[in-house]
Design a protein around this ligand. Structure first.
Ligand code: ADP
Ligand code: ZN
Ligand code: ZN
Length: 822
């Protein structure tokens, strides 16, 4: 039989255009499939696991390297996923390799930096190994764990990879990631009654013999406990239950096992917590308004529906009913949240109804957990997941039959990945993904983005609205404190107005809880010299350093640069360095002075680096161990606590005066969302906004909870000033360590673009932070009217950039595109 020569085009998880062609060794001809991982060498020595995108017989014009090995029996990525990645790369102006790098859990990506280890099944038979292989094995047995690169160094061999490859095939070694994936599902040990003791007469006899001698008394105790736990041998018992019991003898247990009375059984246990549902969806009784929203969505002829429901209107219960409908058709549901920080509460709520059919996927999971979720999403099976919950990266899971995508808090800016590429918006990508599957999408929010509300009002999306809180709870009463006035009357103490202090006092006296919100933009505390006004700056970035009390240091929030607070001003040697600003740490301190008896906790980026800590704070707050919770954006989001009666927004001015076309919309959203945390159950809550501009329209709209007023005024501005949803924006960032070069590239590039797009090109301009990590930055913006040929426009932009950067003088300049910036 003639042997065909096959080639594969593979996708590498790198920032590279297109695919690369490799030749397939004949022995793989039958095994190769699109979507499998193969190991290939890329560059002079690096090894990667790449994905097979295409198998063909077209001989390339250049000499190709061989595929080193096939890593999977079955594809791990299907055609639809590839197409989704390709769409994303083209829409967001990057490469499919960039998408692959974020889409695959890292344990599914191998490279020559990966560790190799001796295969656990290797029998130690050196007979059929070559001298080179034995040498490598020797190195490995001495070091136990080593990268391919290191093997090359130690052995001095030039091309270790092909040798490693055959060793992998001979099952002598393994890539460690592979090993972890295949070999370490968590094991639990169980005990069952031995086969020959299952008969009632046999058990009875056994008890008799054990009872007769005092020497076997300890065995008798163990056996009795086992019988009791196992329902007289009907079920298996976790060994731990017996070994943890101090009354029982370990050696007696061992003896029973040796005799075959008890048998040991190892079982694989999922690393992911689960369990059965404890409540049935049918037990949810929707309010008339919820029912109507549910009906509207379920009967809608639009594939996308916007669920606009005020805070605490019970959107989650509507989602649960929708999810249930789709699961019953045997389809999967993807539930997206803007930030993983939010999942703890919602996961519990969903698990109550859907039990272990719920899979949670997020970047803070370790590799194994992520690989397990991946596997359990892929195929319909008994242990498969049907409802997948996660932040934007959950879009990349290998669904087998997606029927519904829910995007909760769809307005949230953190759906957008800003760095690195792909700079994609999770909500918008979800809409595309759903369309590929013919699935429905529900966008939910109390404060929809202008874009989504616009599409709903134009009839492109269906719209369901809920204007009442569930259970007849009233919307909170909102007050705005005029801080100028309060200052005049000397009613301000430590950034707190008398009015707010009094209300916090009252809440504490009633054993109710308080949430205080201070947005991140105003959250920094800076050091300033009282004499010459010197402010410490980052040496790598054009920003001032932020004071951190816990470490008594000053840190750059862009690059992490950090120095201790100096004892005196380096400019004028004055020792009167003062703290300025108004951060969460500072507020925490103020609260200590104002309310010495209250338990205060702080939740912001610094205090919640670890997910554990975050969950702890939330649990403590829920258990009422914390009276006052101070935080940044994180406290504004979808949390549901029953005992919060007062919410304070410490400085609304930071929100409304931010120079950005979304700032009005954003500040309305944040004020409304944080207000929504007040008085969700029973008693009417109070919200107190402190501001120097109490008559600002955004504050008025938030106070009246008037989304439509905000929408109407903003949509007009968006149209007039040419912003989304009427125009699509692409921002272009030019970066280089030399300022002159940045200026000249930016000017030339903007010129090239102007020749194509005329006055739709704005800039170049320095952004508010014009240098980050020693790189100077200039920004250009291009806008396209709705309906304009934006795909063609993007192609031209990329092409011009590529041409420009071919100039040797510009070789190290970076040009980054951000489509639909947030
Ligand atoms: P939203 O997400 O719209 O802000 P939630 O879904 O958190 O609101 O609902 C607010 C509260 O009301 C929650 O505690 C929720 O359990 C409760 N709730 C909402 N709808 C129902 C219902 N139909 N039956 C019972 N409780 C409900
Ligand atoms: Zn000074
Ligand atoms: Zn810096």
């Amino acid at each position: 039989m003639e042997r065909r020569t096959l080639f594969v085009d593979v996708l590498l998880p790198l920032h590279l255009p297109g695919t690369y062609t490799y030749r397939l060794p004949f022995e793989y001809n039958d095994a190769v499939k699109v979507g499998q991982r193969v190991m290939v060498q890329f560059g002079s020595k690096r090894l990667y696991s790449a994905l097979v995108r295409r198998v063909h017989e077209t001989v390339p014009s250049y000499k190709t390297k061989y595929v080193l090995s096939i890593l999977d029996l079955e594809p791990i990525v299907d055609e639809r996923q590839f197409r989704f990645w390709e769409w994303m790369a083209s829409y967001y102006m990057c490469y499919p390799g960039d998408v692959m790098a974020v889409a695959l859990p890292s344990s599914l990506r191998l490279s020559s930096e990966s560790y190799i280890v001796v295969h656990p099944d290797f029998c130690g038979e050196y007979g059929d190994l070559s001298a080179d292989e034995i040498r490598i094995l020797d190195v490995l047995t001495r070091k136990s764990r080593i990268t391919v690169d290191e093997v090359e160094e130690i052995t001095g061999y030039k091309k270790v990879m092909p040798i490693v490859k055959t060793m992998i095939e001979k099952h002598v070694v393994l890539m460690e990631e592979e090993l972890r994936q295949r070999y370490t599902p968590k094991q639990t040990v169980w005990l069952t009654l031995g086969d020959s003791y299952r008969e009632e007469t046999a058990t009875k006899q056994l008890f008799d013999t054990l009872e007769r001698k005092t020497a076997t008394h300890k065995q008798l105790l163990v056996l009795m406990r086992f019988m009791q736990l196992s329902g007289f041998g009907r079920e298996a018992v976790k060994r731990k239950l017996l070994t943890d019991d101090p009354e029982l003898s370990q050696s007696a247990l061992d003896t029973l096992v040796k005799k075959g009375v008890l048998e040991v059984e190892h079982r694989e246990e999922s690393r992911l917590a689960g369990g059965d549902a404890t409540a049935s969806v049918a037990s949810i009784e929707l309010s008339p308004e919820q029912q109507q929203a549910f009906d509207t969505i379920i009967h809608s002829d639009k594939s996308v529906n916007l669920l606009h429901g005020v805070t605490s209107s019970g959107k989650t219960e509507v989602y649960i009913r929708l999810i249930d409908e789709v699961l019953r058709e045997g389809k999967q549901v993807l539930f997206l949240l803007p930030e993983i920080a939010l999942t703890a509460q919602i996961v519990n709520r969903l698990r109550r109804y859907f039990g272990n059919r719920v899979g949670v996927y997020h970047s803070r999971f370790n590799n194994q957990e992520r690989a397990e979720v991946w596997r359990r999403t892929m195929q319909p099976s008994a242990d498969g997941f049907q409802l997948l919950l996660g932040a934007r990266s959950a879009l990349f899971l290998p669904f087998h039959h997606l029927g519904l995508v829910i995007v909760d808090e769809e307005h949230d800016g953190s759906y957008k990945q800003s760095d690195p590429a792909p700079r994609y918006n999770g909500r918008d990508s979800a809409l595309y993904l759903a369309r590929m599957w013919g699935a429905r999408t529900v966008l939910g929010s109390a404060t929809p983005s202008l874009e989504s509300y616009y599409h709903a009002s134009e009839g492109k999306y269906g719209l369901a609205e809920m204007s009442q809180r569930y259970g007849g709870v009233q919307m909170p009463e909102v007050f705005c404190v005029d801080m100028k006035e309060a200052q005049r009357k000397r009613e301000i103490q430590q950034n707190f107005s008398r009015f707010l202090i009094d209300h916090i006092k009252e809440a504490l006296a009633n054993h109710e809880q308080v949430i205080l919100f201070q947005n991140r933009r105003g959250f920094s505390l800076r050091v300033e010299c009282d004499v010459c006004h010197w402010i410490p700056q980052c040496v790598h970035c054009d920003v001032s350093l932020v004071y951190h009390k816990s470490t008594n240091s000053m840190r750059c929030h862009y690059c992490g640069y950090s120095i201790p607070v100096p004892p005196e001003c380096p400019a004028c040697h004055s020792t009167t360095l003062k703290m300025r600003g108004f951060g969460t740490e500072r507020i925490e301190d103020d609260l200590g002075i104002l309310f010495p008896d209250a338990h205060v906790a702080r939740m912001d980026l610094d205090s919640t680096m670890q997910k554990k800590r975050y969950i702890e704070i939330l649990n403590d707050f829920e258990d009422r161990k914390i009276d006052i919770l101070v935080g940044t954006q994180m406290v504004t989001k979808g949390l549901d606590f029953s005992n919060v009666s007062v919410v304070g927004i410490l400085s609304a001015d930071n929100l409304i005066s931010f120079p950005d076309f979304r700032s009005y919309e954003r500040s309305f959203q944040q004020m409304t969302q944080v207000s929504g945390r007040a008085g969700r159950h029973g008693k009417r809550g109070k919200v107190i906004i402190q501001s120097y501009q109490p008559y600002h329209q955004a504050i008025r709209d938030a106070m009246n909870n008037d989304y439509l007023s905000m929408y109407k005024s903003q949509i007009v501005e968006r149209r007039v000033f040419k912003y989304p949803p009427f125009y699509r924006l692409v921002t272009i960032v030019v970066r280089h360590k030399d300022q002159e070069t940045v200026n000249s590239v930016a000017e030339r590039y903007a010129g090239l673009l102007r020749a194509q797009f005329g006055n739709r090109v704005l800039g170049p301009e320095y952004p508010s932070v014009a240098r980050i990590r020693n790189q100077y930055i200039k920004k250009i913006m291009v806008r396209f009217a709705q309906g304009e040929a934006i795909t063609e426009g993007k192609r031209i932009m990329l092409q011009e950039a590529e041409r420009l950067l071919q100039d040797k003088a510009y070789s190290r300049v970076t040009i980054v595109f951000d489509v639909d910036p947030q």
